[in-house]
Design a protein around this ligand. Structure first.
Ligand SMILES: Cc1cc2nc3c(=O)[nH]c(=O)nc-3n(C[C@H](O)[C@H](O)[C@H](O)COP(=O)(O)O)c2cc1C
Length: 261
């Protein structure tokens, strides 16, 4: 079945979801596509996606799709529009996130005929407590490209999109209850800061800003995505959480991508 265009949509503070989405499209042999990065802004208006193949990628936060990503994705409506759903998780587990993403897409008029869970460096990974450090790596990107090929073959095998089957996705309903997270945001070291303001630019929710001669972050707003920590060129921001050591210890065994077709 033919489609006119590919629309790649992602929320990806530390870029692993975006990288896998791009590898997947590359595997489909497609170079020109429409892209919406939901990381830094909420769409201005609802968008209807017809005659396009949607590729949608988001991270896993506490076994779920981050609420802010869901909020921003709600602006996209399909009309029996085929979609490939992807989640990126930090080598612990994706729990119910992929199921939540495919359920959400179905409710919005998409047909999530292919879905995959891939592994990305954990937001809380740091040199002394590495968790899936450097992932997605070459093998993950190759797996994403192969998944893209397989998804395209499934799409090309039907005559109408309505004939596409939705695979059974690993996960449970009701989804994992949201964890009562403690408000916390990265700590700032004035001595290391060059006031380049990269941190304020990469925050998905405007939780960090320059106030006078200080970088201040709002712990209530902070997603703990660690984009500011990972992108600070001088290491002036750190996010100290006991989860880093715990994850490095308990989630050291390499997990591999899982796809559902
Ligand atoms: C608040 C928070 C919660 C997270 N929860 C999980 C989780 O439940 N399981 C897991 O394996 N990784 C978890 N992660 C790690 C991210 O899913 C992982 O780093 C992902 O690759 C980030 O995607 P991005 O690079 O597109 O932002 C969490 C990260 C954050 C910031």
């Amino acid at each position: 079945m033919r489609f006119k265009n590919i629309h790649v949509i992602y929320f990806s503070p530390t870029h692993t979801s975006a990288r896998i989405a791009h590898a997947l499209v590359e595997g489909m042999g497609i170079t020109a596509y429409h892209e919406t990065d939901l990381t830094y802004r909420t769409p201005d208006a609802e968008e209807h996606i017809d005659d396009e193949l949607a590729i949608i990628a988001v991270p896993v936060y506490a076994g779920r799709v981050p609420a802010v990503a869901l909020e921003r994705l709600r602006y996209f409506k399909g009309n029996n529009t085929p979609a490939v759903a992807v989640v990126l998780y930090g080598n612990r587990d994706f729990d119910d996130a992929l199921l939540e993403l495919t359920d959400t897409l179905t409710a919005q008029g998409f047909i999530p005929f292919a879905a995959g869970a891939f592994i990305g460096e954990h937001s809380f990974s740091r040199p002394e407590f590495p968790v899936a450090e450097g992932r997605p790596d070459e093998a993950d990107l190759a797996a994403a490209m192969h998944f893209g090929e397989e998804a395209l073959a499934k799409l090309n095998a039907v005559t109408t999109f309505e004939d596409l089957s939705v695979p059974t996705i690993r996960g449970n309903r009701p989804y994992k209850a949201p964890r009562a997270a403690q408000a916390q945001s990265p700590a700032w070291d004035a001595a290391l800061c060059t006031f380049c303001e990269t941190c304020t630019e990469v925050c998905p929710v405007d939780a960090i800003r320059l106030e006078g001669d200080e970088i201040r972050s709002d712990a209530e707003r902070c997603l703990k995505c660690c984009a500011c920590v990972k992108e600070c060129p001088t290491g002036a921001l750190t996010f100290d959480t006991p989860f880093s050591a715990m994850l490095a210890k308990n989630c050291a065994a390499r997990k591999e991508p899982e796809v559902f077709l």
